[in-house]
Design a protein around this ligand. Sequence first.
Ligand SMILES: Nc1ncnc2c1ncn2[C@@H]1O[C@H](COP(=O)(O)OP(=O)(O)O)[C@@H](O)[C@H]1O
Ligand SMILES: [Mg+2]
Length: 319
Amino acid sequence: MGLRKVYRVKRREVLALDGVDLHVRQGEIFGVVGQSGAGKSTLLRCVNLLERPTAGSVAVDGEELTALGGARLRAARRGIGMVHQHFALLSSRTVAANVAFPLEIAGIARAERRRRVGELLDLVGLADKAGAYPAQLSGGQKQRVGIARALASRPKVLLSDEATSALDPATTASILELLRDLNRELGLTILLITHEMDVIKRICDSAAIMESGAFTESGRVLDLLATPGSLLARSLFPLPGTGLPDDTVALTYTRAYDEPLMSELTRRFDVDVNVLGGAVEEVSGVSVGRLNVQISGANRDAALDYLSGKGLLVEVAGR
Ligand SMILES: Nc1ncnc2c1ncn2[C@@H]1O[C@H](COP(=O)(O)OP(=O)(O)O)[C@@H](O)[C@H]1O
Ligand SMILES: [Mg+2]
């Protein structure tokens, strides 16, 4: 809460976090999206206190980490796993030994370690790669090892710094699916950062846009989709671009309507409705529809208000 981070580099100061308020609900996947340099990695490192925030506090699972030091902080950190963009695996260790590494540091006995590593490799679908070395794995497999290692100490929270940014689209999809499964099966809370809108669309329950060290928008993805002027909604569902008439109206809806809305519209308001195109996409596990229409007639504005009143997000291109 109220996170600020100033890096001092020689005489210069870099303001990396400028008052970030972030609340991640237990059991959700929260995505922070922003361009390079926005402060995303700094935010994650402040959450697990790899970096001490210059001001503000961090609490995880009710415990204020910023108030802790020494052994208590190290213990609290074990409740937070972290996954990195470039995997950060030890190349001289096998897959199993990489996953076992945090357990060794925590002083877990060998037999228990072996059992736990077996469990973790099963969980990420790599049971047959226990004896392989990182160099023998694909990018997606390396990231699965990274995820297994992050989960070794049974954290409640997983932080992911661009976990899929180095992966091709198909591998990205399978890693995102794995994160979603872990979220559901283990009740794992996930805070991830990404520069890809598609990651937000596929798995996030909540999201924030970060710019110059601050959030410009944040909330549940489905709420943002129904918020006029939301940049996130606009990026997830771009407004009709070139090639469509200026008076195109984009309608976004997150539930199925049992009334025939369009014929209702023509009847009640005596307008003409011309459907230009539409699509239904899955966002945060919910079907979201987008319909591009032209509505013409004297009562056009009243008709648009009516649709807003029905809970549709109504956006007029060029406005
Ligand atoms: N260790 C550091 N020392 C000095 N400046 C840093 C350090 N880490 C990040 N920064 C600066 O802080 C800003 C935010 O960086 P970062 O958190 O890495 O952003 P992102 O992950 O969104 O790309 C950038 O201007 C970056 O140059
Ligand atoms: Mg970064």
